[in-house]
Write a protein that binds this ligand. Structure first.
Ligand code: NAD
Length: 480
């Protein structure tokens, strides 16, 4: 069976632990490769390589760093097809999505930060009357840790690595043990692009073993983490006594607020996408749909009828809208929320069952599900499900919609559908979320700040925010 090896000091190597994990294909439930089950010795090896590479890389010219990052972007693009196939097989997502979104975005992340670093500057302050000038250095931190989740594997892995190395750091990175394949393939691409040995080190394995070793390593001075809120809490606790810099992108339970004056057809089409793209496993999916009462009945009928048309199928079939969920435990977790919804008095309007038609019976397929709920405080409306499950509920007044939207512990993103400009501005201001989309969803400009409030995280990624995170500021004051 193929082995997913660690990529340390520019070479693929077996884990010192000599231990392996099975890697499953979610579309048929078969283990199809072995993942290095790394431990703290492997992380130490990766750290030593990164430490050794740091002095040279941090003094490599901006132009050279930029050139290498853009070369990596080009090579990801050249390998679009094979990377997309690997992503679809590893994650269960439709190949069409990996081709259109995941892999192009992986490339765009390197291209964007390869360019952004050439425009990154620091400040100077002349203290008039004191005969001093202050200038601020923005120096790379050193060896940094990047830990990413399984839902958008290459996309989120590169979203961290690209700014980290662009800013002159060296990296110990760990992708999710549930979807390690494209991160594994990235090693080869980095070597081909001429990234010096040790600048990027990729260690595979579980959170409690390899992940924990990265977080606990005293030499790794900053951690950029994307994943669940519980894991984020744990990382914050472990990192705090060492005063590590932390960027935490965590869970969400995003509201989708629909007013009667919206462009109905656009809203319906986009709401379908924001509910079920990537099987609902995008941290930005809108999983709580609140609809103004006057159009609630119409929306309910139209939405359910559109959801019923979605095709759950093999990720490699062209007409597949939803592929498989990422793993058996995750499928079971999502199903448990559907059962809970019924116990809590919710009504399943469509979906709710596994798809077991011939050819799919061994994979982790679930019908896209719409649940009508009657109490915004029910657990199904408060807790992150992270699957193809949305709830719908009517509201009468704007204030009521805003209150329900803000009622959860999370605050990642929100979507608003209305053509009333004043209302747009009022609600956008009132929403407790880091990102607000109005009359659209998931349109991204990589220069904008990205991140969540409340239990959805700490800090912002994207644009210069990410380059600021991965650098330490130092003020130098000179008297003349
Ligand atoms: P997870 O927290 O289980 O795992 C994320 C990563 O952390 C994995 O690489 C895992 O191995 C590692 N990890 C686990 N325990 C660790 C530990 N003790 N120390 C160090 N590392 C550890 O999350 P997941 O299930 O892979 O991903 C789904 C979650 O990610 C959802 O909650 C989703 O909302 C969130 N997410 C957030 C964003 C965002 O930008 N805010 C984006 C995507 C996903």
């Amino acid at each position: 069976m193929q082995k997913i090896l660690n990529y340390i000091n520019g070479e693929y190597i077996e884990p010192l632990s000599m231990s392996w994990l099975d890697n499953y294909n979610p579309s048929n439930g078969e283990a199809y490769s072995l993942i290095a089950d790394s431990n703290s010795d492997d992380v130490e090896k990766a750290y030593q390589a990164a430490k050794e590479a740091f002095p040279k890389w941090s003094n490599t010219t901006i132009e050279e760093r930029s050139r290498i990052l853009i070369k990596i972007a080009d090579l990801i693009e050249d390998n679009l097809e094979s990377l997309a196939k690997a992503e679809a097989k590893d994650n269960g997502k439709p190949l069409s999505l990996a081709l259109a979104v995941d892999i192009p975005r992986g490339s765009a992340n390197f291209r964007f930060f390869g360019n952004a670093i050439t425009q990154f500057a620091s400040e100077a302050h002349e203290s008039v009357g004191l005969n001093t000038i202050n200038y601020t250095l923005r120096q790379p931190i050193g060896v940094v840790g990047c830990i990413s989740p399984w839902n958008l594997p290459l996309y989120l892995f590169t979203w961290k690595i690209a700014p980290a190395i662009a800013a002159g750091n060296t990296v110990v990175a760990k992708p999710s043990e549930i979807t390690p394949m494209t991160a594994f393939l990235l090693g080869e691409i980095c070597t081909e692009a001429g990234l010096p040995k040790g600048v990027l080190n990729i260690v595979h394995g579980t959170g409690p073993s390899a992940g924990q070793a990265i977080v606990a390593h005293p030499g790794i001075k900053a951690i950029s983490f994307t994943g669940g809120t519980k894991t984020g809490e744990h990382i914050a606790r472990a990192a705090a006594p060492m005063f590590k810099k932390l960027s935490l992108e965590l869970g969400g339970k995003n509201p989708n607020i629909i007013f009667a004056d919206c462009n109905y057809e656009d809203m319906l089409k986009e709401t379908l996408r924001s509910s079920y793209a990537n099987q609902g496993q995008i941290c930005l999916c809108g999983s709580r749909i609140y609809v103004e009462k006057s159009i609630y009945g119409k929306f309910k009928n139209d939405f359910v009828s559109e959801v019923k048309k979605l095709k759950v199928g093999n990720p490699f079939d062209e007409d597949t809208n939803l592929g498989a969920l990422v793993s058996k435990p995750h499928l079971e977790k999502v199903e448990s929320y559907i059962q809970l919804a019924e116990k809590e008095g919710g009504k399943i309007l469509c979906g709710g069952k596994r798809v077991t038609v011939k050819g799919l019976e061994n994979g982790y397929y679930l019908e896209p599900t719409v649940i009508e709920v009657y109490d915004n405080n029910c657990r199904v409306n408060q807790e992150e499900i992270f699957g193809p499950v949305v709830t719908i509920m009517p509201f009468e007044k704007e204030e009521e919609a805003l209150e329900m939207a803000n009622s959860v512990k999370y605050g990642l993103s929100a979507t608003l559908w209305t053509n009333d400009l004043n209302r747009t501005m009022r609600i956008s201001k009132g929403l407790e979320s880091g990102i607000v989309w109005v009359n659209t969803w998931l349109k991204r400009d990589l220069r904008t700040p990205f991140g969540g409030m409340k239990a959805s995280g700490v800090g912002r990624e994207g644009g210069f925010e990410a380059l600021k995170f991965f650098t330490e500021q130092k003020n130098v004051c000179i008297k003349y």
